[in-house]
Design a binder for this molecule. Structure first.
Ligand SMILES: *Cc1c(COP(=O)(O)O)cnc(C)c1O
Ligand SMILES: *[C@@H]1O[C@H](CO)[C@@H](O)[C@H](O)[C@H]1NC(C)=O
Ligand SMILES: CC(=O)N[C@H]1CO[C@H](CO)[C@@H](O)[C@@H]1O
Length: 532
């Protein structure tokens, strides 16, 4: 962006641009709750204002300021070890390669598997369990389910993983449930949304899929935005109620002839809340549209809590509800497989067929593939299969109850702490809270906890923090409670702490022009990929 634009532009244009920009900002602030669900329209207004020369410069300057701060933070994280720029002329010895890898790994976070202070991230902890997964991966790494005739072993394992998973979330009467193993939650969500879109397109004879709408709550996982971008689907966002649950009345109001899919979570990533899926199921049946349940987090926890109180009863969330058409369940989270594995399920094989790509006219031959990836590693399927067999119902159940007990403990501590307020109706693995008084900035609270080694998730709308409990950190919950109580006291007396991220979070979350924040994130991603 040329920096001399301002001097060339007429003062009138500059003033007009600034006025529009300030006006848009003001409107946004006033109508914040409303506009959060109508963001696309507001973004257009901002984009227009930003294209005016005066504004462009103003925005560029504040962006650069934030970026340079982020950059210096990232720079300090770049490893002080030799960088390989180009292929070595001759292959290196195994010994040399292992030495380099060890050196790199030495910089990763420590204490990942026990007493971890990180939210989520690492799920499987037991050494023997991880070794089993690793050796299964090694034994099957060369296999490829794309060539099922050559590797019937992994084809069988995939079908068994899908079958075992589907039995957790269905009842005996609906045996039509089917699915596939994917590389992770995002891929499960992408494939389910693509299949739902094309199924609806086919069954409702709608010829302009680019204007399809679907309804997601503002707390739905970011993967739905990825799906919307990839598959050109408009998102209609509905607000959550004060408990973080998708607002059913708002869903009803937002329905239209073009609604192809309602997207619910069990539970949501930000607040660990289970959406009112029973009611949404009825709505989907009435509307004759699809209903996806994102059980990426809950898929291997909620089925083991039946009859149990999680501050309220565990609500129905799965294929026992007739309106649910697809689900995503992450085996690489609470299924305790290594990363790179998830399961997508459909209520009927008719729907699953819309997930496939079949090519009849390719010179390379007749081609059929079930998932976005062509070749896949059978090793990922094999290690998932082993993790599930090794855990068994008893294992999953035991860990699920331990996690919920810790969650209830952490929730109670948060509720009892003056100045903190819980968000979320249910006690699930995710415990979220915000601060209640102005002297107690939640981002400063996060900085103080970070300085003690904690890594929490920082949320927005409203500004809040969450901790996602896994077997790797369950034993750290008592320490978190102590540190949190102390940090609340300290944060009351501080505006910020040196080197803290609070000012950046405050700025980036508070900026009404989300387009600028999107640009910033892209620039930050550039820096991270560059890694120099
Ligand atoms: C983790 C998660 C996903 C998918 O994330 P991946 O990183 O692709 O596995 C989707 N929804 C929820 C609620 C999640 O927690
Ligand atoms: C099982 O699923 C079917 C089909 O979705 C549903 O009609 C039935 O009520 C369910 N049964 C139970 C016990 O949940
Ligand atoms: C449920 C679970 O596996 N908890 C583990 C948490 O971490 C401690 C050690 O820090 C383990 O002993 C627990 O087994």
């Amino acid at each position: 962006m040329p920096s001399n634009v301002t001097s060339q532009s007429t003062p009138i244009l500059l003033v007009c641009g600034l006025l529009i920009y300030i006006l848009a900002t003001g409107v946004c602030k006033i109508l914040d709750g409303l506009l959060r669900t109508q963001r696309q329209d507001v973004e257009k207004l901002f984009r227009l204002a930003r294209s005016l020369p005066g504004v462009r410069n103003l925005v560029a300057r504040s962006k650069e300021k934030i970026l340079s701060e982020v950059e210096s933070g990232l720079k300090s994280g770049v490893l002080p070890v030799h960088r390989t720029q180009d292929l070595p002329c001759e292959g290196q010895s195994i010994h040399e390669i292992l030495k380099q890898a060890d050196k790199l790994k030495g910089h990763d976070c420590k204490h990942l598997f026990h007493t971890s202070k990180m939210t989520g991230t690492v799920y499987a902890t037991e050494l023997t369990h991880r070794e089993l997964c690793n050796s299964m991966y090694c034994n099957f790494a060369h296999t490829n389910p794309l060539h099922g005739d050559a590797f019937p072993s992994v084809a069988r394992m995939e079908s068994e993983v899908v079958s075992m998973t589907s039995m957790l979330v269905s009842n005996d009467s609906n045996s039509e449930i089917c699915g596939a193993v994917t590389s992770g939650g995002t891929e499960s969500i992408l494939t389910a949304i693509r299949a739902s879109r094309d199924f609806m397109c086919y069954s409702k004879h709608i010829s302009r899929p680019e204007i399809f709408y679907r309804i997601v709550s503002v707390s739905a996982h970011a993967a739905v935005y990825k799906a919307a971008e990839y598959f050109k689907i408009n998102i209609v966002r509905v607000p959550t109620d004060e408990h973080g649950q998708m607002n059913v009345a708002a869903v009803k109001r937002a329905l239209s002839r073009r609604t192809i899919l309602i997207y619910a979570s069990a539970p949501t990533y930000p607040h660990g809340v289970i959406d009112p899926i029973e009611e949404l199921s009825d709505i989907a049946l009435g509307q004759r549209c699809c209903l996806h349940v994102d059980a990426c987090l809950g898929g291997f926890i909620l089925p083991f809590l039946s009859g149990r109180e999680i501050e309220s009863h565990v609500p129905k969330f799965d294929f026992s509800l007739a309106g649910v058409t697809s689900m995503s369940l992450d085996t690489h989270k609470y299924g305790y497989a290594q990363k790179g594995s998830s399961v997508v399920l459909y209520s009927t094989s008719v729907l699953r067929q819309f997930q496939y790509t079949s090519v009849a006219d390719w010179t390379g031959g007749l081609y059929i593939s079930p998932t976005p990836a062509g070749s896949r590693s059978g090793g990922l399927i094999a290690q998932t299969w082993a993790a599930m067999l090794h855990m068994g119902r008893e294992g999953y159940s035991r860990v699920a109850h331990e996690i919920i007990e810790s969650a209830i403990k952490l929730r109670k501590a948060v509720a009892d702490t003056d100045g903190l307020e819980l968000i979320g109706r249910h006690a699930t693995m995710v415990v979220a809270w915000r601060t209640t008084d102005r002297t107690n900035n939640v981002y400063v609270l996060n900085d103080i906890l970070s300085s003690k080694g904690w890594r929490l998730a920082v949320l927005q709308n409203p500004s809040a923090l969450h901790f996602c409990i896994t077997p790797a950190n369950i034993s750290s919950v008592d320490a978190l409670i102590d540190d949190l109580k102390q940090a609340v006291q300290t944060s009351r007396t501080l505006d910020k702490i040196p080197g803290g991220k609070a000012p950046i979070y405050g700025l980036a979350h508070g900026l009404p022009d989300r387009g600028v924040v999107k640009e910033l994130l892209r620039d930050i991603q550039d820096l991270m990929l560059q890694n120099v």
